[in-house]
Design a protein around this ligand. Structure first.
Ligand SMILES: [Zn+2]
Length: 207
C-alpha cells in the first residue's frame, strides 16, 4: 500500500514557503526553500505593507529533529523597501510566521523546546539532554538562552527572604533576630536527595 502525504502535512511550518529540495541524509535533513515573491509584508517600523523587493539572502534555520536527524532549513528570504517616505526604515527583512524570528537561528518550535529544557535544568545537564534530542548546543549557549527568557509578571512581594550571608567562612551574620529562619530551596532539595539516597541504600542492604 502506498502512503501519500504532502510535505506541509508533515512540516506545517513550511506551508507559507516554496520548498525547492529536500535531502534526507544519514545524519541530517536539509531543506531548501524560498519565500514567494509579490506577497506584501508589513514594515516593522511603520506597519505599512510592501512587496517592493530590494534583494534576497539565505538564512540557515535549525528545526526540530525528524526521524532522529536534525533538520536544517536553507531559506531564501527577501529584503524589502519600505514605501513610506516618513518611515525611519529604508529596507527591512521579512519574517515567516512559525519559521523565522529576527536574529534567531532556530525555528520558534525548536526554540520553545530549548527554552523549556534550559528552564528545567539550567546547566550542563540540559546540553546532554538536548544532544539526545539531536540538538548540539553548548552549556554557555543554553545559559545565554535562559537569561534571555523574559521573566513572568509577578505581584510585588510584601516580604523578602535573605539567604545565608557570611563575610568569612564559618562567620555567619544574622540579618535580623526577628526574622523567622527557614530552609532555602537548595538545602530543601539537598536534604530530600540525601534522605532518598539513604532510603535507597537501606533498601538495597535489606535485599
Ligand atoms: Zn516602514
Amino acid at each position: 500500500m502506498v502512503c501519500a502525504i504532502e510535505l506541509e502535512d508533515l512540516l506545517p511550518q513550511l506551508a507559507a514557503v516554496q520548498v525547492d529540495t529536500v535531502e534526507a541524509g544519514k545524519d541530517l535533513v536539509r531543506i531548501t526553500a524560498r519565500t514567494p515573491a509579490g506577497v506584501p509584508v508589513a514594515c516593522p517600523g511603520c506597519g505599512q505593507a510592501s512587496d517592493w523587493e530590494h534583494s534576497r539572502y539565505v538564512r540557515h534555520v535549525v528545526d526540530e529533529a525528524v526521524g532522529g536527524r536534525p533538520v536544517m532549513i536553507d531559506l531564501a528570504v527577501r529584503r524589502l523597501y519600505c514605501e513610506n517616505p516618513e518611515c525611519v526604515k529604508l529596507t527591512f527583512a521579512e519574517q515567516v510566521e512559525g519559521l523565522t524570528v529576527r536574529y534567531q537561528r532556530r525555528t520558534p518550535a525548536l526554540q520553545a523546546v530549548v527554552e523549556a529544557v534550559a528552564r528545567a535544568l539550567a546547566g550542563t545537564a540540559d546540553a546532554r539532554l538536548l544532544l539526545r534530542l539531536h540538538q548540539v548546543l553548548s552549556w554557555a549557549t543554553l545559559l545565554a538562552c535562559l537569561l534571555r527568557i523574559p521573566l513572568p509578571e509577578r505581584p510585588v512581594p510584601k516580604a523578602l527572604g535573605i539567604d545565608e550571608f557570611a563575610l568569612r567562612r564559618g562567620k555567619r551574620t544574622d540579618a535580623d533576630p526577628a526574622i523567622t529562619q527557614c530552609m532555602d530551596r537548595w538545602h530543601l532539595w539537598h536534604g530530600l536527595a540525601e534522605a532518598a539516597r539513604k532510603a535507597d541504600t537501606g533498601f538495597m542492604l535489606r535485599v
